[in-house]
Design a protein around this ligand. Structure first.
Ligand SMILES: C[S@@+](CC[C@H](N)C(=O)[O-])C[C@H]1O[C@@H](n2cnc3c(N)ncnc32)[C@H](O)[C@@H]1O
Length: 238
């Protein structure tokens, strides 16, 4: 049976060096062999399997929350682009969505994605494009009010062209920011994945007008060779 994720960061505990070498095989491209080798030797992929997370992405939100503490008991959370559900697995115990921490407020998580997801106790998933007309009002209805946290790990499908991909994700991220402005309560937090590459200045300017503080973070679990980073904007001005 798969282990129940605790949402706690157990980094550094009980890790052994088990480097796996992948041999080239007939019919497998070199790039696929390299991807497989990286995947099999990635400590976060191993940890995700051992600790029962649906993907290594879980560790990114764990590390961001360890630093900024936005997933607190009682928080109402919107998880944009939530599939396969790793971020939600971290959020469920942290916001006390199952009411397991007695005496603490009980939070809620509403996740939306273009794809269908396996259900997760403590989270509510819906198949929805966040850009659809009325998606913001629909999400507030599901949540039962305005959100304390809007978090987005959304990625636009890759075109293979670096600059085009950068512009695509920045536009996705800016639209997610406007979505957050509609959905967040005063004092709320917006967390989103961005790609470094030139066009992120406009988003920074926008967020600085709307939030008290805006930080740019590269969590340790984000691959060093990826241009991905995260913005954590706290203290929504409403
Ligand atoms: C990197 S994955 C998210 C991983 C997730 N945070 C986790 O921990 O399991 C990005 C997701 O964004 C979703 N996505 C991209 N564009 C979207 C949109 N317009 N509306 C909803 N979801 C979207 C994709 O379908 C994909 O599942």
């Amino acid at each position: 049976m798969a282990k129940k994720p605790t949402g706690k960061n157990t980094s550094g505990r009980g890790q052994r060096d088990l480097t796996v070498k992948v041999k080239t095989a007939r019919g497998r491209r070199l790039s696929s062999t390299r991807w497989l080798q990286r995947q099999l030797n990635d400590p976060y992929v191993k940890r995700a399997q051992i600790e029962g997370y649906r993907g290594r992405a879980a560790f990114k939100i764990m590390e961001l929350d360890d630093k900024y503490r936005f997933l607190v008991p009682g928080a109402l959370v919107v998880d944009l682009g939530c599939a396969p559900g790793g971020w939600a697995q971290v959020a469920v115990p942290r916001v006390n969505a199952l009411g397991e921490k007695s005496g603490k407020a009980v939070g809620r998580i509403v996740g939306i994605d273009l794809q269908e997801l396996e259900p997760l106790a403590g989270a509510e998933f819906h198949q929805l494009d966040f850009m659809d007309e009325g998606a913001d009002d629909q999400v507030k209805e599901w949540l039962g009010g305005k959100a304390d946290v809007v978090m987005s790990d959304m990625a636009a499908s890759s075109s293979g062209h670096k600059q085009t991909d950068h512009l695509r994700i920045m536009s996705l991220c800016e639209t997610a920011a406007y979505f957050a402005f509609d959905v967040l309560t005063e004092g709320g937090t917006f967390v989103a994945k961005v790609l470094a590459g030139g066009a992120e200045g406009d988003l920074q300017k926008l967020l600085k007008q709307k939030f008290k503080a805006v930080a740019n973070v590269k969590p340790p679990s984000s691959r060093a060779d990826s241009s991905e980073k995260f913005v954590v904007a706290t203290g929504f001005r409403g």
